[in-house]
Write a protein of this length. Structure first.
Length: 456
């Protein structure tokens, strides 16, 4: 990049992380980009973590970082929460996987259903699996084929939903009727065309698009608060309108709550006041242990079973994950813990606005619950087309400047957000804002706009 601020930030990064560079040189021989998720790659190379505790990460070079990414929202617990360590240590002594149901699994299933107001649940391992199976369950239940999702939203990297994810303008189509653009080579056109795409926060356009497939629309899937194109709050009436639309068309409403499910006491559904037909959970539902859930309203899962609707997996409801889930529900995802994190989140968001105002930085801060983000733009973001006007280069410069001072301010990139865990304190928020204050002036000046990355 031509911006000299990036060149300086890269040089400082390289001087701090020589061991990470050595590890990366070895890793990229055996793995594409030297990483196992595209989101982990950084220019000029990614840093490698050695260990973590509380709200601090230590990298392979011994540098410590105050962590506000929290595993892309999977660690509402913070790192190595004592109750999780206790639960996992105890369970490991009694077996890590059985191939049969553990005697505490019914307890976890009941707790999840009661917390989120659903009738039945099946456990899986990853968020990708959860949304994949939710689509299958919806199609099996409705006997219909099409799925509607929202432009820019990410619901896991499987073919049905890896459509309309961060599309470039040249392939995106009209704003009021986006194309079903595959987000990766390898997705068959005949698969992508069964997924129709609508603009988020535009109920009228969504209804027009849905009605084009009214007789064959199985489901509408959405995050109650989209968290893969920044942090977008739904406009008043949008989700009640979606609920009504699905009811009229005989389609199921699916809430992807892989991220939001643990950020509010009763998930994003509780936040927006709408009950979906299917709801997927992941990330912090087991606070760092791979686990996901597909919960459903009455009757929807009745046909799941052998020789009927398929759902299987050796690691589904494994005792390590269930033990972590129960510990999370008991000790971490409590009303008190989430309320305290939300208070800290409000402080952090308010501080961002004040720091950037003082430094003359054009930016917009969005936050709610335990998360938030900053976008370098002079307007809020309400959908993907708005997000395309965000200064992506300035977002990455902000990230590197903070990283070089021992702060991971959020998830990597302009499309991510921060998470306030139950282990963060007022002192951590103060330190975050202090570091932000030292870099803010370097973020002022003429914007250097860059293209938003598509990689997932």
């Amino acid at each position: 990049m031509a911006d000299l601020r990036f060149e300086a930030a890269y040089r400082e990064y390289e001087s701090r992380t020589p061991r990470s560079k050595e590890l990366w040189e070895r890793a990229r021989v055996w793995s594409p980009l030297g990483v196992h998720s595209n989101y982990r790659y950084l220019e000029p190379y990614p840093f490698f973590v050695h260990r973590a505790q509380g709200v601090t990460l230590w990298d392979a070079d011994g540098n410590d970082y105050l962590d506000f990414n929290m595993g892309f929202g999977s660690l509402q617990s913070g790192h190595a929460h004592p109750k999780l360590v206790e639960a996992l240590t105890h369970q490991l002594e009694n077996g890590s996987v059985y191939g049969y149901e553990w005697d505490r699994t019914p307890e976890a299933a009941e707790r999840v259903c009661r917390r989120y107001g659903m009738a039945m649940v099946r456990f899986s391992t990853t968020g990708l699996e959860a949304t994949h199976h939710a689509i299958r369950f919806a199609r099996a239940y409705t006997k219909k084929r099409y799925v509607l999702k929202f432009e820019g939203s990410y619901h896991g990297s499987h073919d049905t939903l890896l459509v309309g994810v961060k599309p470039r303008l040249e392939v995106a189509g009209p704003a009021q009727h986006p194309n079903s653009a595959p987000a990766s080579p390898g997705i068959l056109p005949e698969v992508a065309e069964r997924t129709v795409v609508a603009p988020f926060n535009d109920l009228a356009a969504t209804e027009r698009i849905a009605r084009e497939h009214a007789d064959d629309l199985a489901a509408v899937i959405a995050e109650p608060v989209p968290m893969n194109m920044g942090f977008i709050l739904p406009e008043e009436g949008f989700f009640p309108g979606l609920r009504s639309l699905c009811d009229r068309l005989g389609a199921l409403l699916i809430f992807d709550e892989v991220k939001t499910g643990a950020k509010y006491p009763h998930g994003g559904a509780g936040r927006v006041g709408v009950r979906p037909d299917l709801l997927t959970l992941g990330k912090s539902i087991a606070c760092g242990v791979p686990m996901s859930a597909i919960a459903a309203g009455p009757g929807i899962l009745d046909e799941v079973g052998p020789r009927k609707v398929a759902h299987a997996g050796t690691y589904n409801s494994n005792p390590m994950a269930i033990a972590a889930c129960l510990a999370s529900l008991d000790h971490i995802l409590t009303d008190e813990g989430l309320e305290r994190s939300a208070r800290l989140n409000s402080r952090l968001a308010k501080g961002y606005g004040e720091v950037f105002d003082d430094a003359g930085v054009t930016a917009h801060v969005a936050s709610d619950g335990v998360s938030g983000t900053v976008v370098f733009a002079d307007h809020p973001v309400r959908n993907w087309r708005d997000f395309l006007t965000v200064d992506g280069d300035r977002s990455m410069l902000y990230y590197y400047l903070c990283l070089n001072r021992g702060l991971i301010p959020s998830g990597t990139g302009p499309d991510e957000q921060w998470t306030i865990s139950v282990q963060h304190t007022d002192a951590d928020v103060d330190r975050h804002l202090e570091i932000l204050g030292t870099v803010a002036e370097r973020l002022a000046g003429t914007p250097h706009s860059g293209e938003i990355e598509e990689s997932v």
